[in-house]
Design a binder for this molecule. Structure first.
Ligand code: ADP
Ligand code: MG
Length: 588
């Protein structure tokens, strides 16, 4: 963690070190030398002006050290916090993009991930402050310890005994706090969920129109209640241990150590008054250093758990093997083939796809049809290697797709998913799905928008294609309707020079006629390219060279629209039923 902080903001570490050393140094000088020096001056009747001069000097140095600290806290920390946070977030984001898609369906992984995300900044700051604290403790212990050893080694055994007792009690205190935290993790996660539901726009409509918030809120209250019960139980326990430990600490310091020192000063007259102040101060300072050391250890431990979590997240190796030196697909058209492909999602036994065999020669137009839940989207995800098939293989130009570099392989596809997202960026960027780089980009986007039938609307916006979508960052941001967003998403495929286009029901919010038109445009625009489109509306399937009908993860019928109609099977039945329905709607 320190290494990461160092690469992000070395200034921060240097300042922390400097400030801590200066602060500690001033403290040590005061306790060990300055007080004694001033007393000695007074005893030897040194001129008053000299004493005033020394005191002024000391206070000037102390003020300078304070200034250092204030500068660190008020100027350096806020600046470097941002730098460190950006660096850490970069690491997290890069890793988040790298991990398997299936990780997002794994609650354990999700916990690690969200925790890494949420706690990262507070933890780093804490790690830094614990580090400075530890350094100051080590310096102080060295200084005070030397003083005690020189003047009064006799009290060392007492100090150590006191420390051991305090340590035992404090360990229990720390354990109680730990258990409390651990036992409330689940509750905190539940409460966080409610926070997200209220906060995110995605839920706002449903929350207003329905009563769904009642059970959600109920969940929140019960989580809060059980968290309170746990906190109360362990809080009391922690409180008792805390009181015990400070009592032991005070007793040993006041009665034991200070008593011994004063006895040796008054009765045995072992040392001067000046030395007495030094020894008294050093002994109690050493005592508090020792118990602080235990605290710092506990804090280090707690942060260690977090760092471990963070490291685990960063070290996660995607199960989907990426060949660094894999092949790069050749330019031009490609043949695709699925051979005996079966697939189940992680953690579920039921196969979503079974023994799928599909051959897609370059340039062919394919329609995947079937009811909701038949496995169409899953098939698309496997084709794009977002998941690896559990059995069987996917071949590109006769080579297993695992032999290719995943990034290069995926770049062959222009895809729109059913649940595509509109980003808080300009229309142009939303269509290109990358920053505007080349000269022809604007023109390309314009053409794509025209082909998907949304250019008219965009053109009339005050800032045209440079309008920002969503109101996330811009008050004048544009909110599009479902159908309009889909047309925008479809423009993405038109704008991308990919050799294979995949449309996974991007048109479900469009009426059947618009959908047909969009697909028709797509066929025209993608002449020579492979097109795979998924739909549960069969009217669009008439445009395809070949249709595959999926049911329960299996292909039950395949052939051209004509052939399937002549078979009078399930496809023909579904087609006629849907056509009937549209005809009824039209007459109505
Ligand atoms: P379609 O696109 O044909 O409507 P899908 O491929 O999305 O169907 O889903 C097929 C089946 O797989 C469904 O029964 C669905 O519940 C299940 N499924 C989809 N995604 C996941 C997932 N991430 N984890 C587990 N099961 C899933
Ligand atoms: Mg789907």
């Amino acid at each position: 963690m320190l290494h990461i902080i160092w690469t992000a903001a070395p200034k921060r570490i240097l300042w922390e070190l400097f400030s801590v050393c200066v602060g500690c140094g001033i403290d040590l000088v005061y306790t060990l030398f300055f007080l004694r020096f001033i007393i000695a001056c007074m005893e030897q009747e040194v001129a008053f002006s000299v004493i005033v001069f020394c005191i002024t000097g000391y206070f000037a140095a102390s003020a300078a050290a304070d200034c250092c600290n204030v500068y660190l806290r008020q100027v350096v920390v806020p600046q470097t916090d941002v730098l460190i946070q950006s660096k850490l977030m970069d690491l997290i984001y890069q890793q988040a993009l790298r991990v398997d898609l299936s990780c997002y369906e794994n609650p354990e992984f999700y916990d690690t991930y969200t925790q890494a995300n949420e706690e990262i900044l507070t933890r780093t700051t804490e790690i830094l402050s614990t580090m400075s604290f530890l350094i100051s403790l080590v310096i102080s212990m060295f200084g005070f310890g030397t003083a005690v050893l020189i003047y009064e080694p006799f009290i060392l055994p007492f100090l150590i005994a006191a420390m051991l007792i305090v340590r035992t009690v404090q360990k229990r205190f720390v354990d109680a706090r730990f258990t409390r935290r651990k036992k409330t993790v689940k509750e905190r996660r539940k409460m966080d969920y409610v926070k997200r539901v209220v906060y995110l726009q995605d839920y706002a409509k449903d929350l207003r129109l329905t009563n769904i918030f009642a059970p959600v809120l109920e969940n929140f209250h019960s989580a809060a209640e059980s968290s309170r019960t746990v906190s109360k139980k362990y809080g009391k326990r922690a409180g008792i241990y805390r009181i015990c430990s400070s009592m032991v600490s005070s007793l040993t310091v006041f009665l034991g150590i200070q008593g011994i020192i004063i006895y040796r000063y008054l009765v045995l007259q072992k040392y001067s008054f000046g030395v007495l102040t030094t020894v008294l101060n050093a002994a109690s300072a050493l005592d508090s250093c020792l118990s602080d050391m235990i605290w710092a250890g506990a804090r280090l431990n707690e942060n260690g758990v977090f760092i471990e979590n963070f490291r685990e997240f960063l070290a996660y190796q995607p199960k989907m093997t990426e060949k660094e030196d894999g092949m790069i697909p050749k330019n031009g058209a490609h043949d695709l083939e699925l051979k005996e492909v079966s697939f189940s999602y992680e953690g579920s036994k039921n196969p979503v796809l079974q023994h799928i065999n599909i051959k897609i020669p370059a340039g062919q137009k394919i329609a995947l049809v079937g009811h909701n839940g038949a496995g169409k989207s899953t098939l698309v995800k496997i084709l794009m290697r977002l998941y690896d098939a559990s059995e069987g293989e996917v071949l590109l130009d006769g080579v297993n797709i695992k032999e290719y570099r995943a990034k290069e392989y995926r770049s062959l596809f222009g895809t729109i998913f059913q649940d595509f997202k509109v980003f808080a960026a300009t229309v142009t960027e939303n269509v290109l799905l990358r920053p505007v780089r080349e000269k022809g980009d604007q023109e390309k986007v314009k053409e794509a928008l025209k082909e998907s039938g949304i250019y008219e609307k965009i053109q009339h916006l005050p800032r045209g294609m440079n309008s920002i979508l969503t109101k996330e960052f811009d008050e004048d941001g544009i909110l599009m309707s479902g159908g309009e967003s889909q047309k925008l998403a479809i423009a993405r495929v038109f704008a991308k020079d990919s050799s294979i286009a995949i449309l996974d029901e991007p048109s479900s919010a469009l009426d059947p006629i618009s959908e047909y038109e969009v697909f028709e445009n797509m066929m025209k625009a993608c002449k020579g390219k492979t097109v795979i489109f998924v739909s549960h509306r069969l009217s669009s399937a008439t445009l395809a060279d070949r249709v595959y009908l999926l049911e329960n993860g299996m292909i039950i019928e395949e052939g051209s629209h004509q052939e399937l109609m002549e078979q009078h099977g399930k496809y023909a039945e579904m087609f006629l039923k849907q056509a009937e329905k549209y005809r009824e709607e039209e007459t109505a």
